[in-house]
Design a protein around this ligand. Structure first.
Ligand SMILES: CC(C)(COP(=O)(O)OP(=O)(O)OC[C@H]1O[C@@H](n2cnc3c(N)ncnc32)[C@H](O)[C@@H]1OP(=O)(O)O)[C@@H](O)C(=O)NCCC(=O)NCCS
Length: 178
């Protein structure tokens, strides 16, 4: 388990299936994620099984120190040669938004990724109008590298996404010990 100031990160278990299903099928939570038809329990079980076996994904449940699961995050497209991966995160329990849990979860994962697993670069894509997420990423040392123009279709129109990334040295300067 990875322990931060506000959260603990642990692998998903099959017992998490109903919680994950409730989060992923919540339209408000999913507004800035990849659009999808509502998932079934069987599909969610398959996803847990698949990511548990995957070499290119590492998924972790975010829980409070009191033991309440509040979200999920992961490193995806893990590239062993170039030591980089794509970060994904959502807090599924909406009453926890905007209270620093996302920032602490990301810093905790990045600390481990850079200092223990020798990653060099972690990147992500974020919708241009997802200001809260961008602010959270900036607090973890991410910088905007560019804009992917009209990269996603949402609410009936094409929308921009930003590409953001943080390098190991930048993270150490910014936030490693906080
Ligand atoms: C994105 C997400 C993971 C961030 O986690 P979080 O715990 O809510 O974020 P934090 O509280 O750590 O940081 C958010 C920051 O944005 C600020 N913020 C919140 N709402 C904001 C808004 N509407 N506009 C500008 N800033 C905002 C907060 O004040 C905070 O900054 P501060 O500490 O300087 O005050 C979480 O909100 C979430 O899961 N959202 C829904 C799914 C999602 O968007 N996932 C990301 C897809 S790329």
């Amino acid at each position: 388990m990875l322990v931060g100031e506000k959260v603990v990160l642990r692998p998903p278990e099959m017992e998490d299936v109903d919680t994950l299903l409730r989060w992923i099928n919540d339209r408000e939570v999913g507004r800035h994620l990849m659009p999808h038809f509502p998932y079934s329990r069987a599909q969610e079980r398959d996803w847990i099984e698949r990511v548990s076996r995957s070499e290119s994904d590492r998924v972790l449940i975010i829980q409070t120190h009191e033991g309440r699961p509040i979200g999920v995050m992961g490193l995806h497209r893990i590239d062993q040669v170039h030591r980089q991966a794509e970060l994904g995160i959502f807090i599924g329990e909406k009453e926890y938004w905007g209270q620093g849990y996302g920032t602490d979860a990301i810093r905790t994962l990045l600390r481990f990724a850079f200092d223990a697993m020798n990653f060099h670069r972690i990147y992500l894509r974020v919708n241009a109008d997802n200001v809260r997420a961008q602010r959270c990423y900036e607090k973890c040392g991410f910088v905007r590298e560019g804009t992917l123009r009209e990269a996603v279709f949402r609410d009936g129109g094409w929308r921009d996404q930003h590409l953001m990334a943080v390098l190991a040295d930048e993270f150490r300067r910014c936030c490693s010990t906080s």
